[in-house]
Design a protein around this ligand. Structure first.
Ligand code: PHE
Length: 341
């Protein structure tokens, strides 16, 4: 009888507190089966008392332990079923971060806005007229090949080369001059497209920021000073700039601007190919042909323009080695800019 009860007790199951209490009553209460066995102990023959006594004790221990176990299991189950704790503080919400290009773009905008430039934006899909023709690109001029342009199909069979993805933000120049008379002092950030193989150093789209200043008596000196101020605001007061003569159809004279390498401080490192300088923008005095093509009197007004590469500058500021990181949306990369903004 004791052995039977022992087996029974070890296999007890219960699914709620009520059932557990029933089991406790059945075996361990005053009227329970085990208690009854103990009451019967008097009747056991003297020579058996020791063995039977031990057995009964073992049974009682087993029953108590089993019932405790069931109680614990039940408590755990109940807890996970309704674990809404209205007193605990809220889960933190994972916030997104600003994209590094946005961070740098905003810094650049801020610097130029403090110098009196206003913000404007132009279309990414534009026509040949505004991207090239008004900017003094001759129809057969090799300069059109300077930028590998994506053209847009007009119909399944026809690519007229008239509608295209802009290859630079300079289309914003022609669009603004067309609708506004000087003084014009504007910056236009935006995305541009070029048909280039994607690699660590080139992408088929990237970002530029165009600057344009047209007024009476605007000179190259003004351009140089604005660019120097810009470079020092963005990269620190020790930054040096250097202008190298260059060519763009829409500016004359034209220049490319290098800044002293932010990473080695101009001493020479792998990033600047050991020259100490990194190119960040193209610039120049707006060609009189461009002013005229856009309806501005080139005998009264002069102006300058510049176009800078936002990826280039971001690479330099944050040492991003591979351009592709900017468009792959790897959260591990983006999370590094949590506090940069
Ligand atoms: N549009 C030129 C480029 O993409 C840059 C530039 C802008 C140069 C304005 C001069 C003036 O390379």
């Amino acid at each position: 009888k004791i052995e039977e009860l022992l087996k029974e007790v070890n296999n007890l199951k219960a699914s709620n507190a009520e059932e557990i209490e029933q089991l406790r009553l059945k075996y361990l209460s005053k009227k329970g089966e085990i208690t009854a066995l103990m009451a019967d102990f008097r009747n056991v023959a003297a020579d058996q008392k020791k063995v039977v006594g031990m057995k009964i004790n073992e049974l009682k221990q087993a029953a108590m332990q089993k019932i405790n176990e069931l109680k614990e299991q039940n408590a755990e189950a109940e807890e996970s079923a309704d674990d809404i704790d209205l007193t605990r503080s809220a889960y933190p919400i994972a916030l997104g971060t600003r994209h590094p290009l946005t961070i740098v773009k905003n810094q650049i905008i801020d610097i130029f806005q403090r110098m009196g430039f206003t913000l404007a934006e132009g279309p990414e899909i534009d026509d040949d007229l505004h991207v090239f023709t008004k900017l003094n690109f001759a129809a057969d001029h090799p300069a059109r090949d300077m930028q590998d342009t994506f053209f847009i199909e007009q119909s399944a069979s026809e690519v007229t080369k008239n509608i295209l993805l802009r290859s630079h933000t300079s289309n914003d120049q022609s669009r603004i001059m067309e609708r506004q008379q000087p003084p014009i002092r504007v910056i236009c950030p935006g995305r541009v497209y070029r048909n280039e193989a994607i690699s660590a150093r080139a992408h088929c789209f990237f970002h530029q920021l165009e600057g344009l200043y047209i007024d009476k008596n605007v000179s190259f000196t003004d351009l140089k000073q604005v660019l120097l101020t810009f470079a020092r605001e963005l990269f620190g007061p020790d930054t040096k700039i250097r202008l190298r003569p260059s060519y763009f159809p829409f500016t004359e004279p034209s220049a490319e601007m290098d800044i002293s390498c932010h990473i080695c401080g101009g001493k020479g490192c792998g990033f600047c190919k050991h020259t100490g300088w990194v190119e960040i923008l193209g610039c120049g005095m707006v060609d009189p042909n461009v002013l005229e093509a856009c309806g501005i009197d080139s005998k009264v007004y002069t102006g300058y323009a510049f176009g800078l590469g936002i990826e280039r500058i971001t690479n330099l500021k944050y040492r991003v080695a591979d351009l592709r990181m900017f468009s792959e949306n790897d959260v591990r990369f983006l999370d590094e800019f949590v506090s940069a903004d």
